[in-house]
Design a protein around this ligand. Structure first.
Ligand SMILES: Nc1ncnc2c1ncn2[C@@H]1O[C@H](COP(=O)(O)OP(=O)(O)O)[C@@H](O)[C@H]1O
Ligand code: SF4
Ligand SMILES: [Mg+2]
Length: 345
């Protein structure tokens, strides 16, 4: 199969289920997206919306017992039907991952330099000395001072921010063309977050990779992502250019996320308005739109029929909402979630 020249990754109708004692968890219920060379795609949604599970599926890192369907095309090859050997070859070399917790990827009992060198040696026949030189080069690239000496440090000798830098170094050491970064800065304090994000982007450009940037915080993707995919209850509910998502959301859930963004609030001087209620159980999903119990626009149709993703007026902008056009008519969609005491609606 031939893909368009600049498309690296295409996820098609991905579903992931976990059979458990309590029933089947429908963690990912039909996720589709494409990623182009050097693109930054943000995947955003509250905790539990299926962001991590869908990216673990792309990496081939789901736990045993997970049921996966759909297609994950990397440059036209379906990762779900590739041999384990070829898939392992791709993982870490062509597609690499940065996790929220660097300690899940770094081994506490080996020096950082050895771990970085191992990542090189796992994918290529190069002398160890050359692998270590590459490790030093990568520590330099991610902004770790005295890289040569730091090769001999252990992960616990690094601060949280430095560990995250080391993990970014590990992710890009084999020049991947896709980096999946899952909440890469969530565990860090705010000032360090900004530095790490900036470094991640710099490094991505240095190796010419594309990024899938996963976060529960829309603020993180602002000014960084080219496109944003919003997930809710295991499904994409809105996808579009970043500006479109921020300035012309057509799904009430996206509007709610925008209204609860701390960065918008602090600059506007207002207070934070989290969306009331909680996401539904992914074992027993209620009928209709999964967001209907929390949605100010919900009506009868919303409670009985789950909307599919459909074009919302402009090219490349898709939303899963029966009433997206109502949202289009509202000047400030985030106002939907303001209570009457705040003087709106
Ligand atoms: N191994 C597992 N077994 C059962 N359920 C799981 C497993 N891993 C994740 N889940 C469930 O799948 C859903 C999606 O999880 P996840 O992708 O981690 O969410 P997010 O990354 O968006 O916070 C959650 O309800 C979570 O509890
Ligand atoms: S379909 Fe209905 S309940 Fe769901 S987001 Fe749209 S208006 Fe709200
Ligand atoms: Mg997650």
């Amino acid at each position: 199969m031939i893909s368009p020249p600049d498309e690296i990754l295409r996820v098609q109708d991905l579903t992931v289920e976990f059979p458990t004692e309590d029933g089947v968890v429908h963690a990912v219920r039909g996720v589709s997206y494409s990623l182009h060379e050097r693109e930054v795609l943000g995947i955003v949604g509250e905790s539990g919306s299926g962001k991590s599970v869908s990216s673990l599926a792309v990496m081939g890192l789901l736990p045993r017992g997970a049921r996966v369907r759909g297609r994950i095309l990397y440059r036209g090859d379906d990762l779900l039907t590739l041999s384990t050997r070829r898939r392992r070859g791709l993982r870490g070399r062509n597609i690499a991952m940065v996790f929220q917790d660097p300690m899940s990827a770094l081994n506490p009992v080996h020096p950082i330099g050895d771990q970085l060198a191992e990542a090189v040696l796992a994918h290529g026949l190069v002398p160890r000395k050359q692998a270590l030189a590459r490790a030093k080069e990568m520590l330099d690239l991610v902004g770790i001072p005295q890289a040569e000496a730091r090769l001999r440090s252990y992960p616990h000798e690094f601060s949280g921010g430095m560990r995250q830098r080391a993990m970014i170094a590990m992710a890009v050491i084999n020049n991947p063309d896709v980096i999946i970064a899952d909440e890469p800065t969530t565990a860090l304090d705010v000032t360090v977050q900004a530095q790490i994000l900036e470094k991640l982007l710099e490094v991505k450009d240095a190796v010419n990779a594309a990024i899938v940037l996963i976060t529960h915080d829309l603020g993180v993707v602002a000014g960084i992502a080219h496109r944003v995919l919003v997930m809710y209850a295991g499904k994409p509910v809105e996808i579009g250019d970043t500006d479109t998502i921020f300035y012309r959301p057509r799904m009430p859930y996206t509007a709610g996320l925008l209204g609860s963004m701390p960065s918008l609030e602090t600059s506007g001087g207002g207070r934070l308005r989290p969306i009331g209620g909680a996401p539904p159980s992914l074992i027993n999903l209620p009928p209709g739109c999964p967001f209907s119990p929390r949605c100010p626009l919900a009506d009868g149709a919303c409670h009985s029929e789950e909307p599919g993703l459909a074009e919302a007026g402009e090219g490349g902008h898709y939303t899963a909402c029966h009433h997206w056009d109502q949202l289009a008519a509202v000047a400030d969609p985030t106002a939907l979630f303001r209570t009457e005491s705040e003087g709106v609606r």
